[in-house]
Write a protein of this length. Structure first.
Length: 71
């Protein structure tokens, strides 16, 4: 993903994420679409909050599991 910016006719700057390949070589190489940065960021924050801050999250084990090396 690449962060791109564009300016509307009234001068408002819009930021959006787009495919890195499309940004480098043109839109024909990637079928993905650009997504507004504020929209995607809000969706990611909401999803992570739902996953991490729910009442059934085993908080006391979270810190221990983060320190445990992966096998």
């Amino acid at each position: 993903m690449t962060l791109r910016m564009g300016t509307s006719k009234n001068g408002t700057v819009h930021r959006y994420y787009t495919c890195s390949n499309a940004a480098r070589t043109g839109k024909s190489v990637c079928a993905g679409r650009s997504i507004r940065m504020d929209t995607l960021d809000e969706l990611v924050i909401e999803h992570m909050s739902d996953r991490l801050l729910t009442s059934d999250t085993p908080h006391r084990n979270t810190r221990r599991n983060l320190r445990r090396p992966r096998r």
